[in-house]
Design a binder for this molecule. Sequence first.
Ligand code: ADP
Ligand code: MG
Length: 260
Amino acid sequence: MARILAVTNQKGGVGKTTTCVNLAASLAATKRRVLMVDIDPQGNATMGSGVDKHALDMTVYDVLVGTAKASEVRIRQTPGGFDLLPSNADLTAAEVELLDMADKEKRLKHQLNELDQDYDYILIDCPPSLNMLTVNALAAADGVLIPMQCEYYALEGISSLINTVEQIRGAINPQLRIEGILRTMYDPRTSLANEVSSQLTEHFSDLVYQTVIPRNIRLAEAPSHGLPALLYDKQSRGAVAYLALAGELNRKQQHTQLAS
Ligand code: ADP
Ligand code: MG
């Protein structure tokens, strides 16, 4: 059974896409079978995985509106070693079209069920808003992975996101949990980052990943080469940090399996 994680934060530019692409590649490097689902019409995760979003016949749009199956749309073995359900601007239409459809919140979930046996992890890169696409991701997921920057208003944003997750759990998806909160673009030289970080661990303790993703230029450069940092510069601090995060997820996963 695949573990399905929605990488979500309603704020833009916090490192959702960077986390999705690099975590997918790092989990693949640890021999896990990984599918990444891009449900952001911007298609950044698609491009960052080395797939040209302008050259796609079918996207996750077709999967959501039911004109194709996920197994027909997925692209096998991107350079980072994971599979991809790609996205582009076509997906913008789905936001509106979904509103009139039956079971509109669970369309992604039903489609991913079909691929459940093929993967260890399915990572969903969400758009920076709480629209019907994000609701579909949260309805399909077992866990929510929240990337955040340790900035002044970040904690407020996290609290409101956690409330949203609780609402979705109550209304649509009883198994939804917070998988973890990830500190991204971290600069330990700024006192604000350290302060927010310690407040974060105080409030959310075990929910905060031990792994911290540093601000690292290689992580910002790699997407323009269509590569995860692990393939672009595997020695870089960014690549090493995402490998550590993959290790942390795998250990948590084993722990949960042993406990259940
Ligand atoms: P989101 O998907 O949440 O909008 P992105 O992952 O696209 O955020 O990141 C926003 C910008 O910050 C991008 O230009 C990305 O390359 C850059 N970035 C993300 N994480 C890091 C990091 N750890 N170090 C340096 N730049 C980063
Ligand atoms: Mg993004």
